[in-house]
Design a protein around this ligand. Structure first.
Ligand code: IPE
Ligand code: IPE
Ligand code: MG
Length: 227
């Protein structure tokens, strides 16, 4: 039996389908999804999950219509503004992984400010923004090439990733029933456990979160060794 996963990563998928099934614009789904994220942060605290990483916007998501992309960027800005006080009160360190220079400059500034303000806190919310696992590996490879030969090891490569101090995710949850990674944490997922639920992200609830943790607890994590 495993205990509580230290690091949970979530592919927050299904906002669009949730909205469309209600005859609403896709952005309404993204708004509902932002609310779910707030709830999940609280459940992580309760359960003792120390690090929550969420996939909010991929390097591929830039190809969506400008209206949706702009709406998402606005929503992210609002999330930072509205959640700032709560993150500080709950001692949650906020950080972003991804190609942050792709983001609107105003958003980059807000991110940097909140990261600095929360840098010493023990719990962590890591938001993957303009994030792609392949982009992260390419960005890391550039830094890796500059390392001295004796540091050109797996650990040395991991030290070149966006958030090198983070442990790999123990559990990766994907909502909306899709069995794929969609370019999320490709290096870090080597020995992660997966939990896939049909639930669309805005409908993701405490019971489903509990099922994911229970499923994780029952996994036999051999990591190539013997039990
Ligand atoms: C996830 O929901 C949020 C982002 C990728 C930004 P989607 O917008 O992908 O929703 P579906 O998968 O189309 O239902
Ligand atoms: C993955 O969802 C990215 C995020 C949740 C941010 P997508 O909706 O972009 O992935 P695909 O298109 O289903 O693979
Ligand atoms: Mg999707």
């Amino acid at each position: 039996m495993n205990g509580v996963p230290r690091h949970v990563a979530i592919i927050m998928d299904g906002n669009g389908r949730w909205a469309i099934s209600r005859g609403q614009p896709r952005l309404a789904g993204h708004r509902a999804g932002a609310k779910t994220l707030e709830d999940v942060l609280g459940w992580c605290r309760e359960a003792g999950v120390e690090i929550l990483t969420v996939y909010a916007f991929s390097t591929e998501n830039w190809k969506r219509p400008a209206e949706e992309v702009n709406g998402l960027m606005k929503l992210l800005g609002l999330f930072l503004r509205n959640k700032r006080a709560k993150l500080i009160r709950d001692k949650v360190r906020f950080r972003v992984i991804g190609r942050r220079s792709d983001l609107p400059e105003k958003l980059q500034k807000k991110i940097a400010a909140l990261e600095a303000e929360t840098a010493t806190f023990p719990h962590q919310l890591v938001v993957a923004l303009s994030y792609g696992g392949r982009a992260e590996i390419v960005d890391a490879a550039r830094r890796f090439a500059a390392l001295p030969p004796e540091r050109q090891t797996e650990a040395g490569f991991a030290s070149c990733l966006y958030a090198p101090d983070l442990p790999d995710p123990d559990l990766i949850i994907r909502t909306s029933g899709e069995f794929r990674l969609s370019n999320f944490l490709l290096w870090e997922c080597a020995y992660s456990e997966f939990f896939i639920t049909e639930t669309l992200w805005p409908d993701f609830d405490h019971a489903t979160f509990g099922r994911a943790l229970a499923s994780y607890a029952a996994r036999d994590r051999r990591k190539g060794g013997h039990a």
